[in-house]
Ligand binder design. Sequence first.
Ligand code: TXA
Ligand code: MG
Length: 350
Amino acid sequence: MTKIIKLTQENFTDEDILPLVQIIKNNGTVVFPTETVYGLGGDALSEVAVSKIYGAKGRPTDNPLIVHISNIKQLERIVEEVPEKAKKLMDRFWPGPLTLLFKKKALVPDQITGGLETVAVRMPASPIALRLIELADTPIAAPSANLSGRPSPTKAAHVLLDLDEKVDAIIDGGDCEFGIESTVIDVLNDPPMILRPGSITLEAISETIESVIYDPGLEYGQTTPRSPGQKYLHYAPKGKVLLFIGESNAIAEEIRKKATFLIKEGLKVMILATDENIKFYKEGVIMSLGSRGNPMEISTHLFAMLRKSDDIKADWILVEGISEEGLGVAIMNRLRKASGGRIQMCGEKQ
Ligand code: TXA
Ligand code: MG
């Protein structure tokens, strides 16, 4: 039976958290809210707990997990060394949505790292997550709490749809603030490389360390990405996602044509529009992702919108692409993956 415990980030006590700590100590699994997305947690140093995590998600075993810590002592327990560049980034961005790679110590189970020599670590900002890790007194491994391949959960209701009866407990701590996952960076590489774009942008990181680049493997269809997770189909709702890229007016025009065509064929269409274009659409279920001028708003709602297309049983989800700069890079990374490469270029060559 999966226990569901409702807490608020601003107002909870250790007594609320202790039964969940007990589950972690008994090698069980607890889903908890973070500032990015919900995580499916278990004791990172327990092979039993880690196998349960992979099992519950149906996750390929070569896709490594992020280890979550609540203090620097826990980091020192699991990594060989903390390079200077990592220290600078930790000072600026922890606790928060940045995951760094370190050389792992032998006590970190090989299952967690999918056999790699490096372990990915982050200190989340969510008070509930921090307290759970602190009281459990062990680093907690936690991938996003969705079934493998599905959009990451930003609400406890999403978790329940995917993982009910598959985990011991779910902490319902309300909606996640950022809505997309942490940025994963490899500072062991020279130059430092972003393996997964996320809530913390390359521009923000570049204010702290020099010559940061994106993994060239992130470009769709290019060389193999270095982060194993990036090669799998991801974030997919049940309907087909078609992503429109290009100039904003041209996107609206092409989406309108496509929607008319699909609806004539008898198919159910959902349009994920930006505020700027939403008035152009007349047919289909039309929902706003937010404003092009406010990518944070778009990231917060993105996965919930993709899941909404399941509720309305959309056959097709037509999505407006946005500008690939700043947080837009991470949003478009998720949308490209959700589309499985189904992309329509609009207007003149970009
Ligand atoms: O925001 C987040 O990071 C959320 C919350 C729960 O903290 N977690 C999350 O975990 O997104 P997950 O497992 O869904 O994604 C982890 C990503 C995968 O793309 C994985 O391949 C990559 O991190 N990763 C983990 N360890 C790695 C390593 N040693 N080297 C390269 N990539 C690694
Ligand atoms: Mg995930």
